[in-house]
Design a protein around this ligand. Structure first.
Ligand code: SF4
Length: 346
């Protein structure tokens, strides 16, 4: 039997952790700063770090690694600048990330888990269940690999790919720390949006720890019974408790909350749903993102057509609830909401 050496993943370390690690190796702390800057720039190998002494680079090569994803495929939309990346992880699992171009800058939608165990009925990501959590380094590498490939800087991040971010709380919050570091990508937390299906204990904790990050809540139903049918998480954390936590979050952070509402034809897009939704959200500082459900071949649910969705939106607005129908980027390459999946090589 061979002993497998587990190498320390330098991409997974915060700047302080890297400095402490350098100290352990008998190096001055500033080496940690230098290496952090290289890793968060474009260095994928120790040999790229030209201001780090050769001897130390050799030592790092032996003991450490820098997580890098292999690009399996890149699909480019014919209608907009969207690109969907399929990455292979070190253990062979695959994940997807989506690069989108907006007027305000470039955005990436990252996955936080390989697969998902939440079981939402309108979503492809959950079909194979949860495979495993991604490390902070693996989530960060989605951003860095796309920057390397496109040669463009990413200014906004949405955590809305495969996985429930609050089911992988520690790694996701470490990732936020990493991208926010001024010596790293230096992204403003206000340019980051995290979407959750409503794991309430972690939602509360997050509001205390990261009040500047935009929170989007996957609501998708106007009453608890319907929500339990579409989203099993509602049986554990029911809608009335979810709404209470959302109100607390808005009061605590002073920030608007977004509700994602996937419109499923004949299921949650009726007049009664509109009435219930109006009642539910009345008086709250919020915005509703309406998303006509995108096709998922394994599901027999259908999306509301766009014209109907626009009408639904207008009616909501007339009743004092801010809403928009999301502009779908990348739906011709299955890169739209709810279409990312664990294994796209089938
Ligand atoms: S919508 Fe989000 S939480 Fe629900 S199954 Fe898909 S990835 Fe998981």
């Amino acid at each position: 039997m061979t002993d497998q050496v587990i190498k320390a993943d330098l991409k997974n370390m915060t700047r302080d952790e890297l400095k402490a690690y350098m100290k352990e190796l008998g190096q001055p702390a500033f080496r940690g700063e230098q290496i952090f800057t290289w890793i968060h720039g474009n260095a994928t190998e120790f040999d790229h770090m030209t201001n780090v002494p050769q001897k130390l680079r050799e030592q790092l090569q032996e003991r450490c690694k820098i997580t890098c994803h292999e690009i399996v495929t890149v699909q480019s939309s014919k209608t907009d600048g969207t690109k969907k990346y399929l990455f292979r992880l070190e253990d062979g699992n695959t994940i997807e990330s989506v690069f989108m171009k907006y007027k305000f800058g470039n955005s990436i939608c990252v996955s936080t888990q390989a697969g998902c165990r939440m079981g939402c009925k309108f979503c492809a990501s959950t079909i194979g269940g949860l495979c495993r959590n991604l490390t902070a380094a693996e989530i960060l590498e989605e951003v860095l690999a796309v920057q390397r490939d496109t040669g463009e800087r990413i200014s906004h991040i949405v955590l809305m790919g495969s996985g429930e971010p609050f089911d992988n709380y520690d790694n996701v919050t470490k990732f936020l720390q990493l991208v926010h570091d001024p010596k790293g990508l230096n992204l403003s937390l206000r340019n980051i949006t995290l979407s959750t299906c409503g794991i309430l204990p972690n939602m509360k904790r997050f509001g205390d720890e990261f009040p500047q990050v935009n929170l989007a809540v996957s609501l998708h139903a106007s009453n608890s019974e319907l929500r339990s049918q579409l989203m099993p998480v509602n049986r554990r954390y029911p809608m009335d408790e979810l709404m209470e936590v959302c109100r607390e979050h808005v009061n605590k952070t002073g920030r608007r909350i977004t509700f994602e509402y996937t419109l499923v034809k004949g299921v949650n897009d009726k007049e009664e749903n509109l009435n219930q939704l109006t009642k539910l959200l009345a008086g709250m500082n919020c915005h509703v993102n309406l998303i006509p459900m995108n096709p998922v071949s394994e599901r027999d649910l259908k999306g509301t057509d766009r014209k109907f969705a626009e009408e639904f939106c207008k009616k909501l607005e007339k009743r004092g609830i801010q809403a928009t129908v999301r502009r779908e980027l990348g739906s011709d390459i299955d890169a739209a909401c709810g279409q990312l999946r664990l294994n796209s090589q089938k």
